[in-house]
Ligand binder design. Sequence first.
Ligand code: PRP
Length: 211
Amino acid sequence: MMDMLTIAMPKGRIFIEAAELLRKAGYQLPPEFDDSRKLILDVPEEGIRFILAKPMDVVTYVEHGVADLGIAGKDVMLEEERDVYEVLDLKISACYLAVAGLPGAKFQEVAPKVATKYPNVASSYFRQQGEQVEIIKLNGSIELAPMIGLADRIVDIVSTGQTLRENGLVEYERIVDITSRLIVNPVSYRMKDVQIDEMVERLSTIIEKGR
Ligand code: PRP
C-alpha cells in the first residue's frame, strides 16, 4: 500500500489556481474542495490529504514534516531561509514584489520608513541600493501605510495593480518576479520519493504544455 501524501495548501487566491493545476494533472478533487471551510481535506481515492494554511505558514508545516509537500509563493521562500526543497516552479499566481508609495512623494533622505510584510527582502533590497531605511513590519493592508503617514514607501506584492490604483499609489521600482513553487520536506523526499516524483512528473508535464 502506498503512503498517504500530505500537502499544505495556501488559503486564498493561490488555492484556486493550485487546485486547477492539480485537476489538469489528473488528480480527482471533489467539487466541494473549492469552497469548503474545512482545514483538512482528505481525498482517499488519490491517497492525498490537503491541509489549508495561511500562505506564510505553508513552509512551516513542510519544514516540520507534518506536511510532505506544500505550495508556497516565491515571496515566502525569499523572506526566510527554510529547510525545505523547492522542486518545481508551478508558474501559477504570477505577481511581483515592488516598491510603491504616494505619487511625487520624495523619499526622505534621513531614515525613510518602509512598511512591508517582507522585512528581510525589503532590508536586503535597500541595502543593495545603498539606502538606509527604517523597516516597519505589517501583516496586511500594507497600502494603508503611506496613505495615513505611517511610511514613506511600501514593499509589497503587485498582481493586477488594482490595490495600488484604487488607493492612489504608484509603483516606484520592481524588485523581483514571483510565482508559486512546489516545496518538499527533505525526509519525506527520501521516504516517499516514488509518489513525490510521480506528482512532480505529472505537474511538470502540464506546466510544460501550458507554456
Ligand atoms: C495582496 C498584496 C496587495 C494585493 C495586490 O494582498 O499584499 O495588497 O494583494 O494585488 P493586486 O495588485 O491584484 O491588487 P492580499 O489581498 O493578499 O491581502 P493583505 O493585504 O492582507 O496582504
